[in-house]
Design a protein around this ligand. Structure first.
Ligand SMILES: [Zn+2]
Ligand SMILES: [Zn+2]
Length: 328
């Protein structure tokens, strides 16, 4: 494993192009200074974190996040391979809640990610029913973990039903789950518009939101890679602000519950879901600087789902993002 010193140096010399961020002399402790443990100044209003593994126990994700200086996190609620999972162990749930309290994580900054197996808009009856049941199960797990938000990929028509029909199914599955499990807010993620997935356009997200019965229990998470791949030009001057303006007009900013921070390997409008490390892709560093300095994104989880590379893993990317915040 590379020693910390070398990793810090790599961020300075290789990962920041000259002139892109003259103030970004990142060192391994930058995240601590900008983050929750900063001494002598108020903690940042930005909650930057990452999607972390639950291997070894669901509470481990909280420990991993805290160890890397994260202030928000995402996690899966179980295996991504199986429709049927063992019930959540109450002692694991208790440990999870204990770690959250110890490390100072507010449930509002934790956004579990739904299983990739689900398609709540599926035209196939068996898949739709299994997805609907899994949505109930996952919202129940959120409740048991003391969490209030849950992130869902809306679904896909598979090209055999219309987008409108698919949206109706998705909203129906969410309503069904909301009737079974109280309180948890279902947060729809924007997609990159690949194939027949729904949710690449803000207007599609709006349609789902509108059809969900309890609008106080539905929200949106904007993934920057997906948005860019869907054609929202975050790399343009003022692109982040323009996207948020458009989101506000088409959906409403009060529905925005989280951001997934990912650069994109593919170009604008490519409709490919290829995440890249921050500043290493087609979106580029200046959009991420705008994001961490955007007051409309205060107090919500800003979560990395980047592949990482030697010397530029989550910890370094979190530190880099905190270093881009301009202090007033
Ligand atoms: Zn996702
Ligand atoms: Zn993605």
């Amino acid at each position: 494993m590379a020693p910390l010193k070398r990793r810090a140096k790599r961020i300075k010399t290789e990962d920041l192009k000259e002139g892109e961020n003259s103030a970004a002399t990142v060192d391994p402790d930058a995240r601590r200074r900008a983050g929750p443990t900063e001494r002598g100044s108020p903690p940042s209003t930005k909650h930057i974190g990452a999607h972390l593994s639950i291997q070894g126990g669901i509470w481990k994700a909280v420990e991993r996040c805290s160890a890397m200086g994260g202030r928000s996190l995402a996690l899966f609620l179980g295996s991504q391979r199986s429709w049927k999972r063992p019930a959540l162990d109450p002692s694991a749930a208790a440990q999870f809640k204990e770690r959250c309290a110890q490390q100072g994580f507010d449930p509002a900054h934790i956004l579990p990610h739904g299983s990739y197996l689900m398609n709540c808009g599926s035209p196939k009856d068996d898949v739709f029913e299994k997805s609907q049941a899994m949505l109930v199960d996952e919202l129940g797990r959120c409740r048991a973990l003391g969490l209030s938000l849950y992130n869902l990929h809306p679904g896909s028509s598979l090209g055999s039903i219309s987008t409108a029909q698919c949206i109706q199914k998705i909203a129906g599955a969410i309503d069904h789950a909301h009737r079974q499990v109280p309180a948890v807010v279902t947060v729809l993620e924007n997609m990159c518009g690949q194939g027949s997935t729904v949710g690449g356009e803000f207007s599609e997200l709006k349609s789902i939101v509108e059809q969900v019965r309890d609008q106080s229990r539905v929200g949106v998470c904007l993934d920057t890679c997906h948005a860019f791949a869907a054609g929202y030009d975050l790399a343009a001057d003022g692109g982040v602000s323009a996207m948020l303006d458009q989101f506000d007009t088409e959906v409403g900013l009060h529905y925005l519950r989280a951001i997934h921070l990912n650069d994109s390997k593919g170009p604008l409008g490519c409709h490919l879901d290829r995440h890249e490390d921050i500043g290493k892709g087609q979106i580029g560093m200046s959009a991420f600087r705008d994001i961490v300095n955007e007051p409309r994104l205060d107090h919500i989880p800003l979560i990395l789902e980047t592949p990482g590379r030697p010397g530029f893993e989550y910890a370094e990317q979190i530190a880099l993002l905190y270093s881009l915040i301009e202090r007033k």
